[in-house]
Design a protein around this ligand. Structure first.
Ligand code: SAH
Length: 222
């Protein structure tokens, strides 16, 4: 943005963020007050590449490099709402990407582990998160479809990439009462699923239609 005297001015990110919460989240079905608070407080613009910063609070995904995207704000909010976090949970995220959702998870849960396939993105996200002071998070480079058995079980697992089916390793790493949120379908069209583990099995809730980048690795597409 350039002012009348030709000086480059920063957009009003705070106002854009509050408008995002009001128009994109509250007007749809986002009602979890902790999710609304975290999204109203987290500087999404600092997780997107500089050339996309002015669009950081718009109603769509944006490129973050390596052919990947930061998810649309509404989709991030919906996934977090499905996790129904209270603040005491241990959570596993698959697909760190920009680290934006990781930052939100740090505020909504007690301990966060995040797996990213592309090491360059993991490094960028780690830098952004530490510069902003987010703690209680470990970013690990690896195939998230296999989960992270070393720290299992998890009260919540959220997958930010599309899978042909809910990965069995992730289901196995849920605690009792824990939830797995994952987009399931083809590589071009999916449905968001929320699967809860009980002592006697799993319970599946179907959510909205969506479109995520494909999950890579053993549980993704060849
Ligand atoms: N939550 C991220 C979304 C990033 S897009 C954000 O808000 O920015 C999905 C991410 O999943 C990409 O960074 C991609 O590299 C990663 N990914 C794809 N397959 C993966 C796998 N098998 N394991 C871990 N990460 C994976």
């Amino acid at each position: 943005m350039v002012s009348q005297n030709g000086v480059r001015r920063e957009p009003d990110y705070e106002a854009a963020r509050q408008a995002m919460v009001r128009d994109q989240l509250k007007r749809r079905e986002i009602t979890d007050s902790r999710v609304l608070w975290a999204m109203g407080d987290t500087p999404r613009h600092l997780f997107v590449p500089t050339e996309w910063r002015a669009d950081a609070y718009s109603d769509r995904p944006l490129p973050i490099g390596a052919g990947q995207t930061i998810s649309q704000p509404y989709m991030v909010a919906l996934m977090l709402q499905h996790l129904a976090l209270q603040g005491t949970e241990r959570v596993l995220e698959i697909g760190t990407g920009s680290g934006y959702q990781t930052a939100l998870l740090c505020q909504l849960a007690a301990q966060v582990y995040s797996l990213e396939y592309v090491s360059e993105l993991a490094t960028q996200a780690e830098t952004a998160l530490s510069q902003l002071g987010y703690q209680d998070v470990q970013i690990i480079v690896g195939d998230g479809g296999l989960g992270l058995p070393a720290y299992a079980p998890y009260d919540g697992i959220v997958v930010a990439a599309a899978a042909p089916k809910a990965p069995l390793s992730l289901l196995a790493q849920l605690a009792n009462g824990g939830r797995l949120v994952v987009p399931v379908g083809t590589s071009t069209q999916q449905e968001l699923r929320c699967i809860t583990k009980h002592t006697e099995g799993y319970d599946e809730q179907r959510s909205v239609r969506c479109r995520f980048v494909p999950l890579r690795g053993q549980e993704g597409w060849a």
